[in-house]
Each structure stands twice: as structure tokens, then as C-alpha cells.
Design a protein around this ligand. Structure first.
Ligand code: ADP
Ligand code: MG
Length: 591
């Protein structure tokens, strides 16, 4: 027997394995989803590479996944004809934490100390390959990469901090290419090795895998056979003495045999006619493809023809995305003529501020060997990008028009920051972005309003959109600048998010109405009584001089103004200078 090399797992893997084996009891069936998705990834990689290197398929053109069960011994084997792994790849992939999803899972688990969260988390993140140990005592991975002429066997057991790797020498176990996983199920989990159970799980979890998945099923057909008639029966019927030959009779029997059965639907959902796909199917596709547990807030399935041809389904997630700068989102899966190319090209297909949008894009016009460089220079991609962005805006607008106001509130809470970033980065789309923005207002009781709502509520003589920026809602509401406007029933937007003011300044106007900062000098409410003002200015000019003297360089000027009602004085910013809020922000940034 060939010597098996012993390897130690990376520390994080040990931690993960320990958790999987000892703490996660519910939702175990997700192991199948994880393993089938790995098989599908391996097939995707092979299909992609074989486009430029058809030799890779010389060991067999079929790209499929086969799942066989042995219910008596509690064994499941999952075989794919994908890219396989070299020995080094085995060590790198199945001894360390390869997937960032798994790392995120660990982080989330650490953050949620509550018991009972586990099953949710595992469904949400998946723990990749190691989920095999949710149900198995022992896992054997036998794999053959086209890059190597040897087949290697990885073997690991639950409750062990090491695994072994050896060469496959048993000729009966050689596979032409790809990977075969053998799961030796735990005593209590042997039920998963029932063919019908596996079939059901595949249907549930792998419906949207684009390679055929076959399961090994018992089949039967009925057959008429001729049997000898029972001699006793024949006798009863009389004249038995005269006949010597026995009578024949037909009988129906069920013949049993085992065979592979196609268990999933392989036509990609985006190729189907949108009219024939139900919302449930889109939601299901979304959840399964992107490992999401909440239904999307909106989806859009469309085809473009003519100049550039592509199909796409886009989704707005309901889950929050924290990091504005995270570019590695893997949210857009790019296909060329149905071949999966990459989920790394989000940045080429969408501007950063729409990076929360998830979906698939399948193009017939891009070359199969498309790279980031090609994408960046492609005229086709420029057109695609424009269409995709427009569709994304339509989707978001759809949420904002929904009868259910909560939906947009949820969206805004999750992604409002992104749209404000969009206002700063994408002038071309200001017309689409501005109606989607939401702000607090002096008249809306802590509810957010849209600019359209503001404009509708403007007084007949009002020309501008008033706003004030502050670091909190209460300080905005208590600002002396508001006194007169409130008294005269002008609505004022209260910009309390640091990005609000910058966004508003970038827009500069909405529907031909200028944004005006009420904390700046020369706010014109159009009711000057010049005579009276002149008198008062005269009367208090010495007081002003005196105050200016006392404050020295701290202020530029001390003036008489008509903008206050109950407060004696207020600090205003110069017309072309920074507002107090901006100063505060800039200071915070440089510190
Ligand atoms: P992820 O799939 O997110 O990368 P997994 O833990 O599921 O993380 O898998 C780890 C790695 O193991 C994969 O990235 C892949 O390189 C390798 N792998 C797992 N299963 C297979 C398979 N059936 N064929 C080829 N490689 C595989
Ligand atoms: Mg995986």
C-alpha cells in the first residue's frame, strides 16, 4: 500500500471543524448544496478553460455531476467531471480556508454569541467543503486534474486535526478527470443516503445549477411474462386425464433495475421568457445563487437586442451592505454564451456606487476569453454598462413607487449612502439619482421625504429649496436659523448625514430650484424693509463695532440681520465659504 502523507489543518480550519462537528445540529442538509456548488464551480472552470484549450476535454466531453447513494452502508458519493485538483491544490484548498464566505461565517459566529443562531448562520453563509462533516464521520476526496497524470486521494475524519493525502493506485477507482467525494455518514445521518431523500434535496438546493445532476435511482417497469399454470388449478377445470402438457398463463411482474436519473432543470432561468417565470422562481434563484436568506426588494429580468445583445436578471438585496469601498463584491456573475466567465468583473459592469446590485449578465457579443482589460476597453461593455445602470435605476424607482412605504425605507436605510455617493461621482445620472434621495425635514416629524414631496409643499412665492446641515437632528431643529422660516411656514431640509450636504451641493438644484443653505449670509426671504433696516443698522453700528472688537479675528464681520426671531444672535457662514457643518467634517477628516 502506498504511503499516505499526513498534513495538519490550518488553525482556523480546526476551529471550524470543531464547530461543525460539535455545535451545528440543525440545517445539516445544506452540506449537499455546498458540495454540489463546488462541483458546479469545478465544471464552470473546466468549461471556461476548454474554450481556449479543447484538449482539456479529451478524457470525456461530458460535464455533469453524479450522486450515488448506498443506503445500507450510509455512503454518498458525489462525482463531477470538472477541473479536479492537483496535489498542491488539494493541500491549499482542503486544509486552509479558501473561501471568504467561510471566513465571514466564522466572524459572524464570533459576533453572535447567542445559542441558536448557528443554524441560521450556516444556511446564510455556508461553510463550503467542510460542511461535509456536518453529516460525515469520514470524507474521502479522490481527484484528478488535467494538469497532472496522477489521481490523488485526500482523506479526513471528523474530530481529527490532520488529514492524509496519497496517490490513488486502485485501478477500479480511477476516474478520467474531476473529483469524487465519498461521504461516510454518521450513524444518525445515514438517512441522507436514501435515494429519494437525495433526489429531493438536489431538487430543492440545486435547481439552478447549469450542469446536469444525475442521481442513482431504482426504477421499475411492468412486464407480462408467461408462466406455467398451476397443475392443481388446471385439474379443477376438468378433462385433466386427457391432457399431458401443462397450460401457459400470462402474469404481470415488476422488473426492478437501477439507473441514472436527471434530477435538475438545466436551462438557465435568464434564458426563459420573463412572462413565464414567477416571482417565487426569481426569488428562489436569487437566494440560491447568492446564498441569501432574505428575499430581494426588487428584481428585473430583461433582454436587449440590436446593437448589443445580452440577457440579465438584476436584484436589489434586502440585506445591508456596510462597506462602501469594498470592491470585491462578487455580486455580478458574468456569462458569455452561457459559459460562466467570472464574478470578479462587477467594477467593469457597474459603477462603484451601485455595487450592491446583484445579478447575472449573459452576453453573446463578448469573446469567451474576455479579460478585465478587454472589458475596460470594449465599446460593447460601455453600452451594456449604460443599460445595466438604467435598469438598476428603474428597479430602485420601482421600490420607491411601491405602495409599501416600508420597502423604500428599508432600501434607503441600507443603500442611501450609496446613492449619495452616486450623486458625487456620477453627474450624468443626476436626473435619475435626485428623485431617489431622501432627507429629514423641518415639517415631517422625523420621517424622510423626497425632493418631489418638498417641491410640492413649497409656498407659492418660494423660489429655492432651503436646507440646513448639522451633526444631529436635534441640533438641526434647534438651530436659530430655522426660527423665522418655521414661523413663516417654509419647509427646511435637515441634512444630518455627513454625506447629505455634499450631495446637495453637487446637485446644486432640483427641478430648477436652487438649494440654499439657510446658515449662510444674505439669505433672501424677499421681504426687505430697506428704510427700517437702515435705521436699525445705524442705531446699532457702535454695538456691532464693539462686538467685532471683542471677538477680533474669530469672526469676519458683525452685522444686523432680520433673520432671527427669539435668539439674539447667530453665527453665519460666508456665502462662498464652508458651512459650519462642512468645517466640522473637514476637521474630523484631518484629525
Ligand atoms: P469555496 O467554494 O467558496 O472556494 P469551499 O470550502 O467550498 O470554498 O471549497 C474550497 C476549495 O476547494 C474550492 O475553492 C476549490 O478550489 C476546491 N474544491 C472543492 N471542491 C472541489 C471540486 N469538486 N473540484 C475541484 N475543486 C474543488
Ligand atoms: Mg464552495
Amino acid at each position: 500500500t502506498p504511503l499516505a502523507e499526513k498534513h495538519e489543518y490550518q488553525a482556523e480550519v480546526n476551529r471550524l471543524m470543531d464547530l461543525i462537528v460539535h455545535s451545528l445540529y440543525s440545517n445539516k442538509e445544506v452540506f449537499l448544496r455546498e458540495l454540489v456548488s463546488n462541483a458546479s464551480d469545478a465544471l464552470d472552470k473546466l468549461r471556461y478553460l476548454s474554450v481556449t484549450d479543447p484538449e482539456l476535454l479529451k478524457d470525456g466531453p461530458e460535464l455533469d455531476i453524479r450522486i450515488q447513494t448506498d443506503k445500507d452502508n450510509g455512503i454518498i458519493t458525489i462525482t463531477d467531471s470538472g477541473i479536479g485538483m492537483t496535489k498542491q491544490e488539494l493541500v491549499d484548498s482542503l486544509g486552509t480556508i479558501a473561501s471568504s464566505g467561510t471566513a465571514k461565517f466564522l466572524k459572524a459566529l464570533k459576533e453572535s454569541q447567542e445559542a441558536g443562531m448557528d443554524s441560521n448562520l450556516i444556511g446564510q453563509f455556508g461553510v463550503g467543503f467542510y460542511s461535509a462533516f456536518l453529516v460525515s464521520d469520514k470524507v474521502v476526496v479522490s481527484t484528478k486534474s488535467p494538469k497532472s497524470d496522477k489521481q490523488y486521494v485526500w482523506e479526513g475524519e471528523a474530530d481529527s486535526s490532520s488529514y492524509t493525502i496519497r496517490e490513488e493506485n486502485d485501478p477500479g477507482k480511477l476516474i478520467p478527470r474531476g473529483t469524487r467525494l465519498t461521504l461516510y455518514l454518521k450513524r444518525d445521518d445515514k438517512g441522507f443516503a436514501h435515494p429519494e431523500r437525495i433526489q429531493k434535496l438536489v431538487k430543492n438546493y440545486s435547481q439552478f445549477v447549469s450542469f446536469p445532476i444525475y442521481t442513482w435511482q431504482e426504477k421499475g417497469f411492468t412486464k407480462e411474462i408467461e408462466v406455467d399454470e398451476d397443475p392443481a388449478e388446471a385439474k379443477k377445470e376438468g378433462d385433466a386425464e386427457t391432457k399431458t402438457e401443462t397450460k401457459k398463463k400470462t402474469k404481470t411482474v415488476v422488473e426492478k433495475y437501477w439507473d441514472w436519473e436527471l434530477t435538475n432543470e438545466t436551462q438557465p432561468i435568464w434564458l426563459r421568457n420573463p412572462r413565464e417565470v414567477s416571482t417565487e422562481e426569481y426569488n428562489d434563484f436569487y437566494k440560491k445563487t447568492f446564498n441569501e436568506y432574505l428575499e430581494p426588494l426588487a428584481s428585473s429580468h430583461f433582454t436587449t437586442e440590436g446593437e448589443v445583445e445580452f440577457r440579465s436578471i438584476l436584484f436589489v438585496p434586502a440585506t445591508k451592505k456596510e462597506d462602501l469601498t469594498d470592491r470585491k463584491t462578487k455580486n455580478i456573475r458574468l456569462y458569455v454564451k452561457r459559459v460562466f466567465i467570472s464574478d470578479d468583473f462587477d467594477g467593469e459592469l457597474f459603477p462603484k456606487y451601485l455595487s450592491f446590485v446583484k445579478g447575472v449578465v449573459d452576453s453573446n457579443d463578448l469573446p469567451l476569453n474576455v479579460s478585465r482589460e478587454i472589458l475596460q476597453e470594449s465599446r460593447i461593455v460601455r453600452i451594456m454598462r449604460k443599460r445595466l445602470v438604467r435598469k438598476a435605476f428603474d428597479m430602485i424607482l420601482g421600490i420607491s413607487c411601491s405602495e409599501n412605504r416600508d420597502d423604500y425605507e428599508r432600501f434607503w436605510e441600507n443603500y442611501g449612502k450609496f446613492l449619495k455617493l452616486g450623486v458625487m461621482e456620477d453627474k450624468e445620472n443626476h436626473k435619475r439619482l435626485a428623485p431617489l434621495l431622501r432627507f429629514f425635514s423641518s415639517q415631517s416629524n422625523d420621517e424622510l421625504i423626497s425632493l418631489d414631496e418638498y417641491v410640492e409643499n413649497m409656498k407659492p412665492e418660494q423660489k429655492d429649496i432651503y436646507y440646513i446641515a448639522a451633526d444631529s437632528l436635534s441640533s438641526a431643529k434647534n438651530a436659530p436659523f430655522l426660527e423665522r422660516l418655521t414661523e413663516e411656514e417654509y419647509e427646511v431640509l435637515l441634512l444630518v448625514d455627513p454625506m447629505d450636504e455634499v450631495a446637495v451641493q453637487n446637485l446644486s438644484s432640483y427641478k430648477d430650484k436652487k438649494f440654499v443653505d439657510i446658515s449662510k449670509e444674505d439669505l433672501d426671504l424677499g421681504d426687505k424693509n430697506e428704510e427700517r433696516e437702515k435705521e436699525i443698522k445705524q442705531e446699532f453700528s457702535q454695538t456691532c463695532d464693539w462686538i467685532k472688537n471683542c471677538l477680533g479675528d474669530k469672526v469676519a464681520r458683525v452685522d444686523i440681520s432680520n433673520r432671527l426671531r427669539s435668539s439674539p444672535c447667530v453665527l453665519v457662514a460666508a456665502k462662498f465659504g464652508w458651512s459650519a457643518n462642512m468645517e466640522r467634517l473637514m476637521r474630523a477628516q484631518t484629525m
